[in-house]
Design a protein around this ligand. Structure first.
Ligand SMILES: [Zn+2]
Length: 201
């Protein structure tokens, strides 16, 4: 009997609730010890677009130029700057002008275009698949920073996690970017703390 191979974990983390937040976390542990650049090559950026972009499975996306990679990282940091300002008392007006202009310029490019095939399936395409996804990310960040959803933007309570996420829970009291990782770890930590004296040492 053939065993089903265990599903491989996706390379990049997702589930923050907005594409701009998932993109932001490609700099893992931002501002902490062990901060890691996940977009460390043009291939990595292409792989992120394949995993989290809207294009059909199996579509090959060629690696962008190193200039586009630099631009993508700059867009990511601009998203962070905008949302940091938006969450502060200053609000979105506190976004530095250079970052604001970069986001506006990026958002002005053509996003992925939906198309309905004769068989009823919908697919997304773009002449410039990476640029189109960056346009989507910039639009998403601008919309998030200026909408009531901003009140639901949270930083994960995980002690070794710098991810931000959109809390879509009804009571609005979600604390972790993911129950599978940080939430689960926290529960285990709580359990250990609670039971440590009884376990002796
Ligand atoms: Zn987390």
């Amino acid at each position: 009997m053939l065993e089903t191979p265990a599903p491989t974990a996706p390379r990049f983390r997702s589930g923050a609730g907005r594409i701009c937040l998932d993109f932001m976390r490609t700099l893992r542990l931002r501002g902490m010890d062990g901060a890691t650049e996940e977009l460390d090559s043009a291939d990595a950026l292409a792989a992120w677009v394949v995993q989290l972009g809207p294009y059909p499975d199996g579509v090959a996306i060629s690696a962008p130029t190193s200039e586009v990679l630099r631009e993508a990282r700059a867009v990511r940091e601009a998203v962070h700057a905008l949302l940091t300002a938006a969450r502060s008392p200053a609000g979105p007006v506190g976004c530095p002008p250079g970052e604001r202009e970069l986001l506006n310029r990026t958002a002005a490019a053509a996003p992925p275009v939906p198309g309905l095939a004769a068989d009823g399936t919908m697919t997304w395409t773009a002449g410039d698949p990476v640029g189109a996804v960056l346009a989507d990310i910039a639009r998403d960040a601008l919309l998030l920073a200026t909408s009531p959803a901003l009140n639901r933007l949270r930083a994960c309570s995980g002690p070794h996690c710098a991810a931000w996420f959109l809390d879509t829970s009804r009571p609005g009291n979600r604390r972790w970017c993911s129950m599978d990782t940080c939430g689960n770890r926290s529960k285990k930590q709580t359990w250990r703390t609670k039971h440590a004296p009884a376990m002796g040492s």
